[in-house]
Design a protein around this ligand. Structure first.
Ligand SMILES: Cc1ncc(COP(=O)(O)O)c(C=O)c1O
Length: 339
């Protein structure tokens, strides 16, 4: 089976399992887990932030950010196909009680002028705009990298109006490795940053949110309220430290394999790559095969290839550390064989 559904499906490496086994642990709700403390310190340092918090998932990190930055009844500006808006089960409204204000972007990037004009003025009829969310890389836009200049422009607008910026950087390491922009440069253009340890980095569990100390102190309380205060969490923080140590630079291989798939698919009749492949995601339009996304996925499954639907006629392929170049070659041969 060649599993191209996501970069979340990888199993922990032997080093990760060994690190979990040998981890030095304590009660993290008391702040006494040395491995979690190390992970949080290291993550904060990497992003150039004062502090960081280990959370159970990317979704939990994004929700804690909204709960910490906003009050119920506030409005949050975000891109119309942001993960937070499309794929987090309306948690912004269900949990933080905030209203989302979606803005159509280009390859995941909102036009700063449109963001500016969406910010509410003081009026008894209006909610308060308290947060702007960015996503880098942008999942629905096919792993598109948000240009640093775009982030800088939006961050400046937000600061002029005293609004917070949250970066959903579930795949921020992919963005950094591919663009050469450092994590700190990205971090400078957001008040809080969430990144996933369990995507391309390959850790079995967890995400980080980072920000200034007072933000993280309050976020820690929100994590507790949500039931995310874990005890001997070092057992899952240890493999996450291995992920940061061993799996950052190698993301380039995932990007090269995604590009290889895109280049080869361009030569196959009936299928078409929709996005400019910048990182580890490609969006493949299958309309020309006579199938829709769901039925084409069934065809692929019979050939031992797994993918997910990403639109009526679009399927998504994601590379990860278990997808070797050999696998991508086999996948292309199998797709060629059925078309
Ligand atoms: C951009 C983005 N943000 C957040 C998440 C949520 O992460 P998790 O699945 O860990 O909740 C995802 C998951 O795919 C994502 O792609």
């Amino acid at each position: 089976m060649i599993d191209l559904r996501s970069d979340t499906i990888t199993k922990p490496t032997e080093n990760m399992r060994l690190a979990a086994y040998h981890s030095n642990v304590g009660d993290d709700v008391y702040g006494e887990d040395p491995t979690v403390n190390k992970l949080e310190e290291q993550a904060a340092e990497m992003l150039g932030k004062e502090a960081a918090l280990f959370v159970t998932s990317g979704t939990q990190g994004n929700q804690i950010a909204a709960l910490t930055h906003c009050n119920p009844g506030d409005e949050v500006i975000l891109e119309a196909s942001a993960h937070i808006y499309l794929y987090e089960a309306a948690a912004f409204s269900a949990l933080a009680g905030v209203q989302s204000r979606p803005i159509n972007g280009y390859r995941g990037a909102m036009d700063p002028e449109e963001v500016k004009s969406a910010i509410r003025s003081e009026d008894i009829h209006f909610p308060v705009t308290s947060l702007i969310c960015l996503e880098n890389t942008h999942n629905k836009a096919g792993g598109a990298i948000l240009p640093l200049e775009n982030m800088q422009a939006i961050y400046q607008i937000a600061k002029d109006r005293n609004i917070s910026v949250h970066l959903d950087g579930a795949r921020l390491f992919n963005a950094s490795v591919a663009s050469g922009v450092t994590l700190k440069e990205y971090g400078q253009n957001a008040d809080s940053v969430q990144f996933c340890l369990s995507k391309g980095l390959g850790a079995p569990v967890g995400s980080i949110i980072a920000g200034n100390k007072s933000f993280i102190d309050e976020a820690r309380k929100w994590r507790k309220r949500l039931g995310g205060g874990l005890r001997q969490a070092g057992i899952i923080a240890a493999p996450a430290l291995v992920a940061l140590e061993e799996n950052v630079e190698r993301l380039t291989i995932d990007h090269e394999n995604a590009q290889y798939l895109a280049d080869e698919i361009a030569n196959i009749k009936g299928v078409k790559v929709e996005n400019k492949v910048e990182t580890n995601i490609l969006l493949v339009n299958v309309k020309g095969t006579g199938h829709d996304a769901v039925s084409f996925i069934d065809v692929l499954k019979k050939e031992n290839i797994l993918a997910v639907p990403f639109g009526p006629d679009t399927i998504r392929f994601v590379t990860n550390y278990e997808v070797t170049r050999e696998n991508t070659k086999t996948a292309i041969a199998r797709i060629n064989g059925v078309l």
